[in-house]
Write a protein that binds this ligand. Structure first.
Ligand code: NAD
Length: 505
């Protein structure tokens, strides 16, 4: 375990292979959410510092983009080995700065490692297309070029995994990268950067800046940045998308979510309850794929709520940094804790019933802790049914039939994930076809795709065209070049143009 007495970390930026202290006068405090105590400081880089890092990334671009794809992949293979070797250490950093339980933190690192494994396939995924003789004696091919300097801006909730969604693929494609991790959890990214250097990534190819809006705006407006990957709340995702594209950049921006879980009367209720509890309360509900609204259909509601009460009520909640065996850890900050608790107050005032009240849970530790809540008889027009809470709160909205449940989904402004629990192939098929969300689970509580598939958020959960993960990510980080070729057998060959069918024969 990382020592709890470590209270004076001042996080450094990675600039051209050097770890440097920012000269900025602005900074933020870092907390251990398990104890509520300060563990360090993160300087907020100035726009000039960010600009200088972008210039360094641009200077490293020619050599890296000319490095053979196989050699770039070999750096990633070595990186993958180092990440596996250091998984426990990385998980401890995630737990300490974010508050996840150790099993959750390990799993999140593992999901990030899978992105590196996927990116190691770069040489295959970068292959272009070719057709010989598309017109008489004319061949045509497409090849993929890197786009240039790319930037990644990441949220607090997966300090290692979400950065790993971005730069391994970007680097495999021959781009250079500037990462701006969440200012709440920058230390995991720092360790990821150290390991990438150890894997043989050349200086300047991967860089890290820290900060808030000033650093983000510097990336969004810098003329040398070609592409931006963003993950965070919807409001900022939209801002990043609009500002980045207005400045001529390619942008993929994943936003917030409100995920629905439909429970049909024929579902295996014990399996469904276990999946719902893991979905809603895993990572303390701070997941963009967390189940947030349970939609029991017909007369299954009472039996479901009874089971949810038993299971959620038995969860052990507490500090996660001391090796204690708990089911759920703290929230990220005091302010976020107050916000989540505020939603419970609002739900009560709007007439919903607290079947499990997380405010009354016995939590072990002094950090930003609250127990899981199950809020029954939430109406579709209540705030709790519509807004992203991003905490351990599961609303139960009772639906008369599957059509009503689908209708509630249609009204949702977000569109990340949704799941159905049923034994009926027909109901599952109806749900898959008609539900208004981009990632669908059938008897699966968290249908977050693995690295090889795209993270296909819909509606206001995603701004852009090409999603993160999967083959789409290779498209995002490359641009295509088409070459049309004609060779002449002899000077006497006809001047007829075989494509336009013009000219003399
Ligand atoms: P956030 O939007 O507050 O912050 C995300 C990033 O944006 C951070 O790096 C932050 O420094 C930066 N930022 C914040 N305010 C900014 C501003 N005004 N201008 C420019 N940049 C700004 O998000 P968060 O609280 O760190 O993360 C939680 C959110 O992320 C939730 O809404 C969650 O659903 C979402 N999320 C989405 C996905 C997905 O794949 N769709 C995955 C993980 C998290």
């Amino acid at each position: 375990m990382i020592s709890n007495s470590q209270t004076d970390v001042r996080v450094k930026m990675l600039h051209g292979g050097q770890w440097k202290d920012s000269t900025s006068g602005r900074s933020g405090k870092l907390f251990n959410p398990s104890t509520g105590k300060k563990i360090g400081t993160v300087p907020y880089c100035t726009a000039d510092e960010v600009g200088s890092v972008v210039e360094t990334a641009a200077a490293a671009l020619p050599a890296w983009s000319e490095t053979p794809a196989v050699e770039r992949a070999q750096v990633l293979f070595r990186y993958r080995e180092l990440l596996v070797k250091h998984t426990e250490e990385l998980a401890e950093i995630v737990t300490r700065e974010h508050g996840k339980t150790m099993p959750e933190a390990r799993a999140s690192v593992q999901r990030g490692v899978e992105m590196v494994e996927f990116a190691c396939g770069g040489p295959s995924l970068l292959m272009g297309q070719c057709i010989q003789n598309i017109a008489r004696n004319v061949d045509c091919e497409t090849i993929r070029h890197p786009v240039g300097v790319c930037a990644g801006i990441t949220p607090f909730n997966f300090p290692a995994m979400v950065p790993l969604w971005m730069y391994p693929v970007a680097l495999a494609c021959g781009n250079t990268f500037v990462l701006k991790p969440s200012e709440k959890v920058p230390q995991s990214a720092v360790r990821l950067g150290e390991l990438l250097t150890e894997a043989g990534c050349p200086d300047g190819v991967f860089n890290i800046v820290h900060g808030d809006k000033e650093a983000v705006d510097a990336l969004l407006t810098h003329p040398l940045v070609q592409a931006i990957s963003f993950v965070g709340s919807t409001k900022i995702a939209q801002y990043v998308y609009e500002t980045g594209t207005r400045n001529g950049k390619r942008v993929q921006a994943a936003g917030g979510a409100k995920n629905h879980l439909i429970i049909m009367p024929d579902a295996d209720l014990d399996q469904a309850t276990a999946a719902l509890v893991a979905s809603a309360f895993g990572c303390a509900g701070e997941r963009c794929m967390a189940g947030s609204v349970a939609l029991p259909v017909g007369d299954v509601a009472d039996a479901l709520v009874e089971r949810l009460q038993a299971k959620a009520g038995a969860m052990r909640v507490g500090a996660t940094d001391s090796g204690a065996d708990v089911d759920m850890g703290p929230l990220i900050t005091r302010e976020h804790l107050d916000r989540v608790v505020g939603y419970l107050d609002v739900a009560e005032s709007e007439g919903a019933t607290l079947a499990v009240d997380g405010r009354k849970a016995k939590c072990t530790g002094d950090g930003f802790l609250v127990g899981p809540s199950v809020v029954d008889r939430v109406a579709p027009n209540m705030r709790l049914a519509k807004e992203e809470v991003f905490g351990p709160v599961l609303s139960v909205v009772r639906a008369g039939d599957i059509d009503e449940a689908l209708e509630i989904g249609k009204g949702c402004e977000y569109g990340n994930g949704a799941s159905i629990f049923t034994r009926s192939g027909w109901a599952a098929r109806q749900f898959k076809h008609h539900f208004n969300a981009g990632m669908i689970g059938i008897n699966v509580g968290v249908p977050a795709p693995m690295a090889w598939f795209p993270f296909t958020g819909w509606n206001r959960s995603f701004f852009g065209d090409l999603h993160i993960q999967g083959a789409e990510s290779f498209q995002f980080y490359t641009r295509q070049k088409m070459t049309m070729t004609r060779w002449f057998a002899s000077a006497a060959e006809s001047h007829h143009d075989p494509v336009w069918k013009t000219g003399s024969k």
